[in-house]
Design a binder for this molecule. Structure first.
Ligand code: NAG
Ligand code: NAG
Ligand code: NAG
Ligand code: NAG
Ligand code: NAG
Ligand code: NAG
Length: 762
């Protein structure tokens, strides 16, 4: 083993020397000049590059052959490719048939927590300058605590602690008040609930200090300060920052390594409310049967009544429908999406073909030299792997189905053997960033087929691996993350959930170093990572519009969300094998903070509206009281399931439903919108048709003479055909202001009752 290691290290050094001579170029080609001998443009470009390398090698004074490789082959935006090339190789390519134009790849701003850049946050325009980066807003994070030494909590550039702040920095194990500052303005911990259940428990670090990393990750994502030169072992290097980098953070540690208790969670939220936070971010789930026994829902109600915005996670139980556990009607429910950034490794084959795959391998050396490539039929068979894989790169032929569950430690022998390995992912799970602790790369099924094709045809198949690669421009992106929980929410299916999606995959943020192999930053994925992005944006909206209610802020985030990806098509949902994500998958779409600043119209709602919803859910007075903490008198006379919400969901009986669950053909919604722009504005309704449904909006034109004026309308859905079981059909209602270009968009969704309602009512 020691001999192998030395050898690999030596190779890595020489590889480093070679690759220093290569640069990335984008090469435009005339596709019509492609010789007929080539099956397709991909083969032609590959041949162009390898021919150039061979010729350059013949003429080069330097005897060390530089291995060029294709980075991308383009066929839509441009015809051509990008490649790593030496200067002499580029000169040869310029003489190739069909060559048009080449230029050096421009440096990309590699930004850690690039997810903020991906949702459009910019220093020079939009919500960041408009809200002064959330200056003065206070975000309360209910989680596993904080690692105060992280640079994300440095307070340079931060304004003074707001005078209204009533929170505190509690002293405890390895935690002092000196650890708080103008960024980290509060830190408290709650474990009396846990100790009540297990009195003999020894809490190892009894203070707000994070020993897990989760809370440090989520809070730095929501409101962390700028940290230059951040990366996870070289992956995604750049400047780390939160969504609202000038917001203050208050941390409530309620989850413990030793266990958790609902009581502690409630205590944390309770304290955050009285301390005076503006926004609460909750990245956790709890089991419940109704809103009345859901601690998060109950605590969120109290927060909402005080104008505190609550963002919570949809959950990581996707991709099936009805996997959202709560979906709190008075909070923002955030699902997760992917970005166009990938962390990975590059497989370079003996013929120079380069294939990018996913990997977060951080070991040394960061590359594996060209070794024989061998396909092993069963990588779970240790004997087989040891027999066939020694001193080779192992290509595992069986697909890795369970990657999500076992993504840290895939159950295969190659791990123990620690041979360099290439795994073929089942289609969509390539999104996962694979934390292999041995040099391995995860490739798509299509690339897997290419690898096998090469392996079967080449006389002496070889492959080398290169790690710590960060790439951008993956298409399509964003896409709904496979693990993101889908609607409808079981506990209240009448309010369409999730509300929005935000980046949750491949998010880099601060961490507890000991939990991240010594790195101050860590790559994580989950709706836990998506939620704080939304919380940070809400904090900025709150700083900008202090008079807006939580419902108004949520409405602004929902009606301005984006439904298109970087291909120009509608956001896709690869895990559900459909062309486009439905509102049960992505809600109103991907969070678009800059547009949320000026939504035009908002769908507002107050505590009274939510009470009427609770009445219509047929909750008992005691159950309602558990949520609202106040009596309801005879108020249930105006019960209504039709909450003034910026989305519409109607349930219909599917074919052959006996007994009928809803027994309806028509569903009518009544909504009221408030103009939040100065001056006079007119809006016209546009509805995208839903096959088999008639949709009528009345009136189709709304006139607002001044700011804060309200107008009401009805939306009527008429079913003209039967729905099948578990069917969802949807379209969009857009209120369009012809003058200012605002589009206030809501999903309109018809679902057959099987999807959730039967479970909810039985
Ligand atoms: C206490 O905090 C320091 C950082 O200030 C850290 O290095 C140390 O590991 C912590 N100890 C415990 C027990 O958490
Ligand atoms: C907690 O620590 C004390 C003293 O170190 C020890 O006697 C006790 O057994 C520990 N309790 C548990 C539950 O581990
Ligand atoms: C593992 O591979 C060896 C060698 O090819 C073979 O003899 C053995 O039967 C395999 N074991 C299993 C469980 O498939
Ligand atoms: C390999 O050979 C097979 C037939 O022998 C052919 O169908 C396939 O396209 C070849 N693959 C590559 C990558 O050349
Ligand atoms: C509440 O009860 C009424 C009367 O029994 C019933 O018509 C209605 O469907 C129930 N609502 C829900 C949401 O279950
Ligand atoms: C709005 O509509 C009214 C009535 O149709 C019209 O008089 C007015 O000029 C319109 N205002 C704007 C800003 O388009």
């Amino acid at each position: 083993m020691a001999a192998v290691f030395t050898f690999l290290l030596f190779t890595a050094l020489s590889l480093h020397h070679v690759s220093a001579q290569l640069a990335s170029y984008i090469v435009h080609m005339d596709k019509s000049a492609m010789p007929k001998a080539f099956a397709d443009h991909h083969a032609w470009y590959s041949a162009t590059v390898s021919d150039a390398a061979a010729t350059a090698h013949l003429h080069a004074a330097d005897a060390v052959p530089d291995l060029p490789y294709l980075i991308y082959v383009y066929d839509k935006a441009i015809h051509g490719f990008s490649a790593r090339l030496s200067a002499s190789q580029l000169e040869q390519i310029k003489r190739s048939r069909g060559f048009l134009h080449a230029y050096k790849d421009l440096p990309v701003e590699l930004d850690t927590t690039y997810t903020q850049d991906f949702i459009g946050l910019r220093e020079d325009r939009g919500i960041w300058p408009a809200s002064h980066h959330g200056k003065g807003a206070i975000i309360g994070v209910i989680d596993t605590g904080v690692w105060p030494e992280s640079q994300s909590y440095a307070d340079d550039g931060m304004p003074a602690v707001p005078a209204r702040w009533k929170g505190a920095c509690e002293v405890g194990d390895n935690f002092t008040t000196a650890m708080c500052n103008r960024k980290l303005i509060g830190a408290r911990s709650f474990n009396r609930g846990l100790l009540a259940e297990e009195p003999n428990l020894n809490i190892s670090v009894n203070s707000p200090r994070d020993t897990d990393g989760h809370g440090t990750h989520t809070s730095s994502t929501a409101g962390g300060n700028y940290v230059r030169g951040a990366s996870y072992f070289g992956y995604g290097s750049g400047t780390a920052k939160g969504a609202a980098p000038r917001a203050h953070l208050a941390i409530y540690k309620v989850l413990w390594r030793e266990g958790t208790s609902t009581a502690d969670v409630l205590a944390g939220i309770d304290q955050a409310i009285s301390d005076g936070v503006d926004v609460i971010s909750i990245s956790m789930s709890s089991r419940s049967t109704g809103l009345y026994d859901n601690p998060l829902a109950i605590a969120a109600f109290a927060a909402m009544e005080r104008g505190i915005f609550v963002a919570h996670t949809a959950g990581n139980r996707g991709p099936d429908l009805t996997t959202i556990r709560h979906g709190i009607p008075w909070a923002l429910t955030v699902g997760a999406s992917t970005t166009d950034r990938r962390f990975g490794g590059t497989v370079v084959l003996g013929d120079g073909t380069a294939i990018r795959g996913g990997s977060l391998y951080v070991g040394m050396p960061p590359s594996i030299r060209l070794l024989p490539l061998v396909a092993v039929s069963d990588c779970n068979n240790e004997t087989l792997v040891l027999e066939q894989g020694r001193n080779k790169v192992v290509l595992c032929q069986q697909p890795l189905h369970d990657l999500i569950d076992n993504w840290l430690y895939p159950p295969n022998t190659a791990q123990r053997a620690r041979f360099p390995a290439i795994f073929i992912a089942t289609s969509y799970k390539i999104e996962t960033n694979s934390k292999f602790d041995y040099p391995a790369v995860l490739v798509t099924p299509a690339d897997g087929a290419r690898l096998l094709g090469y392996l079967n045809n080449a006389s002496n198949p070889k492959a080398s691996l290169r790690f710590r690669k960060t790439s951008f421009g993956t298409r399509p992106a964003p896409a709904v993350a496979s693990y993101s929980s889908r609607g409808p929410s079981r506990i209240c299916p009448y309010v369409l959930k999730p509300d929005v999606v935000a980046p949750g995959t491949g998010v880099i943020a601060s961490y507890v170093p000991s939990e991240a192999m010594g790195s101050p930053f860590e790559v994580q994925q989950g709706t836990s990572m998506a939620c704080p992005h939304a919380a940070g944006v809400a904090a900025m909206l709150k700083a900008l519009h202090p008079d807006w209610s939580s419902a108004a802020i949520r409405s602004a985030m929902m009606t301005t969300a984006s439904t298109s990806d970087n291909t120009g098509g509608q956001i896709s949902d690869p895990a559900r094998s459909r062309d486009s994500a439905s509102p049960f998958d992505m809600g109103s779409g991907q969070l678009d903070p800059n547009r949320a600043v000026d939504p035009g119209l908002v769908y507002d709602a107050d505590a009274g509206d939510y009470r009427r919803l609770l009445c219509a859910l047929n909750y008992t007075k005691a159950q309602i009281r558990a949520i609202t903490r106040s009596g309801i008198k005879s108020r249930c006379s105006d019960a209504s399931l039709d909450l003034n919400y910026p989305s519409f969901v109607a349930y219909f009986d599917p074919v052959g439903a006996k007994p009928s669950v809803v027994n309806n053909r028509v569903r009518e919604f009544r909504r009221t919108v408030t103009s939040v722009a100065d001056g006079e504005w007119n809006y016209t309704a546009e509805v995208t048709p839903i096959d088999g449904f008639g949709i009528k909006v009345n009136p189709t034109r709304l006139v607002f003479r001044k700011k804060n004026e309200k107008q009401s309308f009805t939306l009527r859905m008429v079913r003209r055909r039967k729905m099948v079981y578990r069917e969802t059909a949807y379209g969009w209602l857009r209120w369009v202001d012809g003058r200012g270009g605002r589009v206030v968009r809501s999903p309109v969704l018809a679902a057959s009752t099987r999807s959730a309602l039967e479970q909810a009512t039985t």
